[in-house]
Ligand binder design. Structure first.
Ligand SMILES: Nc1ncnc2c1ncn2[C@@H]1O[C@H](COP(=O)(O)OP(=O)(O)OP(=O)(O)O)[C@@H](O)[C@H]1O
Ligand SMILES: [Mg+2]
Length: 250
């Protein structure tokens, strides 16, 4: 079904956290695929439902290796479950990303073709020189995550301009601002700056800064997490993102 690419323009604004929370509350069956060319983060952040560490050998590495053998294959056969049953295709550890070199495009094609499954892909830092460009060119939506800082927003606008130049004409870029739940202003300001620069970039909304809830993401999915500002804001964002997705061709 749909492949949605999520990443950052600068620093570590919370792209992995956005991808993880969106996938966890997605309105349909979703898979979180860790396609960050600098290597996995979730291997070190999450545990399986049985509290066992995630396995680097399955995930993206297993899916890539199994490609030729199973003629496309089901990504869920290589994924692991965390939290409230969220499926994760964990990325390669940083020392093993070389094993995926040259396979990003094929990987993205296979994920985009997965039936009855939307894939949220954490693509790390987004720029035209990234190996993940192969994923971005195949995505139904590209979502930048930013903090509302002057330099963060300047990088966002610069990367959006660069990507708009290399992605297919008409590709809409989206932004999610990780900020205080009471901050409505920075979203409007970023939208205005993008409009003034004539960029195809639209702010979807904000993910609440909520360190306590982020800390809970590594454990079992609790009622406390469900009611947190983090997850409530993620739900709102997931609904908005789902609405702007192009209808997949059958
Ligand atoms: N909504 C949030 N509320 C509070 N803390 C957050 C939030 N999102 C991210 N963080 C914190 O910010 C740091 C970076 O988050 P994350 O790893 O998601 O960012 P990233 O953009 O994927 O970074 P990287 O460039 O390392 O991949 C982490 O310590 C995380 O706990
Ligand atoms: Mg990350």
């Amino acid at each position: 079904m749909s492949l949605i690419a999520v990443g950052s323009a600068k620093g570590s604004p919370g792209a992995t956290t956005v991808a993880l929370t969106l996938a966890a509350v997605w309105p349909r069956r979703a898979l979180l695929a860790e396609l960050d060319p600098t290597g996995s983060d979730l291997l070190y952040r999450l545990r399986g439902v049985d509290r066992a560490p995630l396995s680097a050998d399955s995930g993206v590495l297993g899916y890539v290796a199994g490609g030729a053998a199973d003629g496309g294959g089901d990504p869920l056969a290589h994924s692991e479950q965390v939290g409230a049953g969220l499926d994760i295709l964990v990325g390669p550890p940083p020392a093993r990303v070389g094993e995926v070199a040259g396979s990003w495009g094929v990987l993205a094609d296979r994920l985009a073709a997965a039936p009855a499954l939307d894939v949220l892909a954490d693509c790390g830092r987004l720029h035209p020189g990234s190996p993940a460009l192969e994923v971005l060119t195949r995505a139904a939506a590209v979502v930048f995550v930013t903090r509302p800082t002057i330099d963060g927003v300047a990088h966002l606008l610069a990367r959006a301009a660069e990507l708009a130049g290399v992605l297919a004409e008409g590709t809409m870029l989206h932004a999610i601002v990780v900020t205080d739940v009471r901050d409505a202003r920075s979203q409007r300001e970023i939208d205005q700056l993008a409009e003034r620069a004539d960029l195809p970039l639209e702010v979807l909304g904000r993910l609440a800064v909520d360190p306590e809830a982020v800390g809970l993401l590594g454990g079992a999915w609790s009622g406390r997490l469900e009611k947190s500002l983090l997850i409530r804001s993620a739900r709102e964002l997931a609904g908005k993102l789902d609405k702007v997705l192009p209808v997949p061709e059958l």
